[in-house]
Design a protein around this ligand. Structure first.
Ligand SMILES: CC(C)(COP(=O)(O)OP(=O)(O)OC[C@H]1O[C@@H](n2cnc3c(N)ncnc32)[C@H](O)[C@@H]1OP(=O)(O)O)[C@@H](O)C(=O)NCCC(=O)NCCS
Length: 284
């Protein structure tokens, strides 16, 4: 741990999502710089999935939220993973880092899973701007079940005899001009997970805005990884394909980039096979 003063774990209390932490949780810790539509979309999704087992655990120091973790039963996770015997830790987010709050949060998540005879699975990243860092989870005792690009599917505390979690095999075919259902020169397929954005896909909204100038020549489709049929058919939770070519970037898409992707596709033949960008951790 760094030199910052550790928060004594006995001072922390555990709450669910509630008015005192709603903004911090639904803005992923960006309460002072947030998009209200996205916050509301996340809130609605998190609340409506509670009965299905989605759980938000918030670490509090008094009334002050210090960080949160979000879990979901692994069988119904809106991501490109499959597994059993565990909860899937979709995210952990600490607002005041380096004080032991992350360790305490994961400890609480593990305790709750253990209480149900289960373990915890997490999709961590190696070297992606500190995003769900693999080293943090290794430090806490997690092992790696599978690696894909810079992603690491990790687990801890799974019951004996449980099959290890796995990534789904992604499948995607470029659109065919002869396909009557398509009928556009450029087809944009946006895959998104509602665990991140709720039922609103920001990326689809940006792609649609970029497509506006071309009318019916460009079609933008959204694929929600919360739908088991989408997961089964594509095995993809997050990606953008423009006429079969995967967007080679994992940062939030800007309108300028989206417009460039559409314009580029209008001037290029559709490839026979999908073009993947495997250099990035984009497929989640
Ligand atoms: C990763 C994260 C949860 C760690 O929380 P934290 O409260 O800062 O971590 P802690 O202080 O509890 O540290 C626990 C241990 O992990 C280590 N650790 C923490 N972050 C680490 C990192 N990025 N890499 C390697 N080790 C790390 C600490 O050194 C400490 O080790 P020690 O106790 O053995 O000395 C936090 O940095 C975070 O929220 N990052 C963003 C995560 C993210 O991308 N969330 C999704 C957003 S949508």
């Amino acid at each position: 741990m760094n030199e910052r003063q550790a928060t004594p774990q006995s001072d922390l209390s555990w709450r669910g999502m509630e008015p005192s932490n709603l903004l911090e949780v639904c803005s992923c810790g960006h309460g002072d710089d947030h998009d209200p539509i996205l916050v509301e979309s996340r809130r609605r999704y998190l609340e409506t999935r509670r009965e299905a087992g989605l759980e938000v655990v918030v670490a509090h120091l008094g009334d002050r939220p210090l960080g949160f973790a979000q879990t979901v039963p692994i069988q119904m996770v809106a991501r490109d993973v499959q597994g059993e015997g565990g909860v899937f830790l979709h995210c952990v987010n600490v607002f005041e880092q380096g004080r032991g709050v992350g360790r305490a949060l994961i400890g609480e998540v593990l305790r709750r899973a253990e209480g149900k005879g289960q373990g915890v699975v997490v999709d961590a990243c190696a070297d992606v701007w500190g995003f769900m860092p693999e080293e943090f989870f290794s430090r806490l005792g997690f092992s790696t079940a599978q690696a894909r690009g810079r992603r690491r599917l990790m687990y801890l505390g799974l019951p004996a005899g449980t099959c290890l979690p796995q990534y789904l095999e992604p499948r995607y075919e470029p659109p065919r001009p002869a396909d009557e259902q398509v009928g556009a020169e450029v087809v944009v397929d946006v895959f998104f997970t509602p665990l991140c954005t709720g039922l609103v896909s920001e990326e689809a909204a940006v792609m649609r805005k970029a497509a506006e100038a071309y009318g019916n020549r460009v079609s933008v489709r959204e694929w929600n990884a919360g739908d088991p049929e989408v997961r089964k058919r594509f095995g993809i939770a997050r990606a953008i394909f423009v006429n079969g070519v995967m967007r080679p970037n994992d940062d939030t898409i800007s309108l300028e980039e989206a417009a460039g992707l559409v314009a580029g596709a209008l001037n290029r033949p559709i490839p026979d096979q999908a073009v993947w960008d495997d250099s990035i951790s984009r497929l989640f």
